[in-house]
Ligand binder design. Structure first.
Ligand code: FE2
Length: 346
């Protein structure tokens, strides 16, 4: 079976015939008599390798290669140049342009065959390796996310009333991040950070977390500790160094009156300012041990009231836009639906 497709480009038909005689039993061949024809062939179907005459009238070999490679999908097609000249400088120039090899005419069949098969073997090996790396990366990311969700389950098992809070806060946070122009990799990081923002609650006694009614100032002081505890817990995950800031800084306030460090304005890491808005909104519209759920319109006014004092006013603006265009509502509905599905399947 012919596993590879080779495009041969040469303006001399005799040369094309010689190459055909050598290669046609082993490869799927396509012959082009000019650079222009080669460009058309490549546009229709990507070859696995291009064997190309260097000197051709009109578009020469180097120019043809340059044009073929402007297309991202074709950037890694290996090129072998064929030339009658024995010029080492020309050879060096072709190799430095990214050609894989350089063969001088007259063609020696066994040399041509071996060089082509060696390059194609390397290409296959490279593609294989790349596929394996991609698969491993995907597995690693999946494992990371599953581990994060396991931790989220620990956080939420401590207090059933906050069930779903982490997922919703993460959802609102990524909507904010996207609207603020984050790229998708950073959006993923924001999601993971949002999921874990309350991880420090693991270190707070249940009696305080679940207390109905007002906390004493001592108890409130203990609750505040969840930020530092969370930052400390997550600092141990060094390969995801971005995680800790969300847990640590989501209770800082824009005017500097928050905790744990009393940071002010843009001193507060942006992820802290993002999660702060997402977290408070979700807490307002949810039932808690010490209060009933607030309706969305009243919560919106609350967020607006905190703009510039509790929250970064720019982030509040983005959040209000996402509330008005229905994005926040959709995320909330989805998370409720997901939870109902999960309960139904238990
Ligand atoms: Fe918190």
């Amino acid at each position: 079976m012919k596993n590879h497709r080779i495009l041969v480009v040469d303006d001399d038909k005799t040369n094309l015939q010689i190459v055909r005689d050598v290669l046609e039993n082993s490869y799927d061949l396509q012959m082009a008599i000019s650079g222009e024809t080669a460009l058309r062939f490549v546009a229709k179907r990507r070859p696995d390798l291009i064997l190309m005459d260097l000197m051709m009238p009109g578009m020469d070999g180097k120019e043809t290669m340059r044009r073929i490679r402007t297309e991202a999908a074709n950037r890694d097609i290996p090129f072998i140049f064929l030339t009658a000249s024995q010029n080492p400088e020309e050879e060096a120039a072709c190799l430095s342009m990214g050609a894989s090899d350089f063969i001088t005419k007259p063609i020696v069949p066994s040399v041509l065959e071996r060089r082509i098969s060696r390059i194609l073997e390397l290409e296959d090996f490279h593609r294989d390796l790349q596929a394996k790396v991609e698969e491993k990366t995907r597995q690693y990311q999946e494992l990371a996310l599953e581990s994060i969700f396991a931790i989220v389950n620990i956080i939420e098992a401590k207090d059933e009333i906050t069930e779903g809070h982490s997922v919703r806060v993460a959802g609102y946070s990524i909507a904010l991040a996207r609207a603020m122009g984050y790229d998708e990799q950073r959006v993923d990081e924001v999601y993971q950070t949002g999921l874990l923002h309350d991880v420090g609650k693991i270190g707070i006694p249940d009696l305080i977390l679940k207390k109905e009614g007002k906390l004493t100032s001592e108890e409130y002081g203990e609750i505040k500790e969840h930020t530092s505890i969370g930052g400390h817990i997550l600092a141990a995950i060094e390969t995801m160094g971005y995680l800790a800031d969300g847990a640590k800084y989501h209770h800082e306030k824009f005017d500097g009156t928050g905790y744990p460090n009393g940071l002010k304005g843009k001193e507060i890491p942006e992820i802290g300012r993002i999660i702060a808005v997402a977290d408070v909104f979700d807490a307002l519209v949810s039932k808690r041990h010490y209060k009933e759920a607030m309706d969305v319109e009243t919560a919106k006014q609350e967020i607006l009231r905190g703009s510039g004092t509790q929250f970064d006013p720019e982030i509040v603006q983005v959040f209000l836009r996402l509330l008005d265009d229905g994005t926040i509502g959709r995320i909330r509905d989805q998370s409720i639906r997901r939870r109902m599905d999960a309960e139904a399947s238990e």
